[in-house]
Ligand binder design. Structure first.
Ligand SMILES: *Cc1c(COP(=O)(O)O)cnc(C)c1O
Length: 426
């Protein structure tokens, strides 16, 4: 059996009873950096990237890593070195990309609420394209670009109104969703943009949702986009780029995920014969299966018929289970054949009933043991918070048998360092 049959993470295996990422035992990580701790595998990220590149070689299109999935500077740096562009949703993410050595011209900027300062900064740095999500936003970008004497590259993020059949919180391409513009709105917007001296039309973009495990909605969206692009071309509005967004899912539990290279080839086939370049914006499928959250069991709390494995990681570290009832596999780091398996809930110390990492899990562990929460490389650390005044976890990048801290655990005092303890009015 290959490691990937055992675990939904390609570079995770059990060696001599100990969970090992690449060739680094997770016990060594816990010893060096403590818990909770995010641990990422460089080889797994490179492998996920290679599948994208296989399906969309440089001559066929560009791959823009969706920064919000995991925005650690070392991860961004790795993607920049691999030749990725970036998909950002805020001015903060733009600064991260630049700080990590990413090139602004490879950046596309999505998001429904771009602020004036974000647009100014993006123009100043010279990003590749704004993905415009409303007509008022088009107007704002045009006004700012004109005032600064520059031309803003724009694409409309259209909403092809297909149901991605995923969790409602991560479905973004339905007509009632706040994201993007309808095809009718986009038609009007393209005409306005063509006539505006401070705007240059780059292309069209869409992103229908996340954690897609079936390619039918992606293909359907692509076919709608193709028809739309042809209509625009008939009107004399010629685009250079068609951006199909991200959204390809990963195996968290028992899903059979899409084959990335094959899905990209299918999407390319939809556009066969068209002159535009393709682009994609994957996040989760590049980093999700490359990372895990390492945590330690504080207590095993047994009450009549119910067991709680109380661990030192919580919903503030990994929000997905609380937010989407998402499933993450949870496995003991060291095999304990002598320990009696019990079924219970893996919960954190945060004072919320929704604070769980996994419910109804059967585990042979005792207090003090390490657990790994798998497939936490995407939307893990980036969604973390300081709720309950908990410092954010450390982050570590593994390469073969070496490991490096890429963000230290936050210090407690840092958490209130900028606050004022005002005296109440006398
Ligand atoms: C979040 C996001 C992505 C990435 O989605 P994944 O499901 O992580 O691949 C791509 N494009 C846009 C516009 C996004 O908001």
């Amino acid at each position: 059996m290959t490691p990937s049959d055992l675990f939904p993470m390609p570079t995770l295996s059990r060696r001599n009873g100990t969970l090992t990422l690449e060739t680094t035992p997770l016990t060594a990580i816990a010893e060096s950096y403590g818990t909770p701790c995010y641990v990422y595998s460089e080889a797994a990220i490179r492998a996920a990237w290679a599948a994208y590149r296989e399906g969309l070689p440089p001559e066929a299109g560009t791959i823009h890593y969706a920064v919000k999935a995991n925005s650690n500077l070392s991860i961004l740096r790795l993607f920049a070195e691999l030749g990725a562009g970036f998909d950002i949703v805020s001015g903060g993410e733009l600064e991260r990309v630049v700080a990590a050595g990413g090139k602004p011209e490879t950046v596309v900027f999505s998001g429904v609420g771009k602020a004036v300062w974000e647009i100014e900064r993006a123009l100043e740095l010279g990003i590749g394209a704004f993905h415009v999500e409303s007509l008022p936003e088009l107007e704002r970008i045009a006004t700012i670009a004109q005032a600064h004497g520059v031309t803003a590259p724009i694409s409309f993020r259209v909403n092809p109104d297909v149901d991605p059949k995923t969790h409602p919180y991560i479905a973004t391409g339905l007509a009632r969703s706040k994201f993007g513009v309808t095809l009718d709105e986009a038609r009007i917007g393209y005409r306005q943009a063509m006539d505006h001296p401070a705007l240059s039309v780059v292309g069209v973009a869409c992103h229908i949702g996340s954690q897609l495990i079936d390619d039918a909605p992606l293909i359907e969206a692509a076919e709608r986009i193709r028809r739309f692009v042809e209509e625009l071309a008939d009107e004399g509005i010629r685009l250079t780029t068609i951006d199909l967004g991200g959204g390809i899912g990963i195996r968290y539990r028992d899903e059979s995920p899409l084959d990335v290279a094959q899905t990209l080839r299918r999407l390319r086939a939809v556009f066969a014969g068209r002159p535009e370049r393709l682009a994609v914006e994957p996040g989760r499928s590049l980093v999700g299966a490359a990372g895990l959250l390492l945590t330690r069991v504080e207590y095993v709390k047994i009450r009549d018929d119910h067991t709680f494995f109380v661990v030192d990681a919580a919903m503030n570290d990994l929000m997905r289970p609380a937010l989407y009832e998402a499933w993450h596999e949870i496995v003991p780091v060291v095999d304990r054949p002598e320990c009696l398996p019990r079924t219970g809930d893996v919960v954190g110390p945060v004072c919320e009933t929704g604070d769980f990492l996994g419910l109804g899990r059967t585990l042979a562990v005792a207090a003090g043991d390490l657990l790994a929460v798998l497939c936490a490389g995407a939307y893990g650390m980036t969604m973390s918070s300081n709720y309950n005044t908990r410092p954010r976890a450390a982050e570590v990048l593994v390469r073969d048998s070496s490991h490096q801290l890429i963000r230290p655990r936050e210090k407690r005092e840092q958490l209130w360092a900028d606050e004022f303890a005002l005296l109440p009015n006398a």
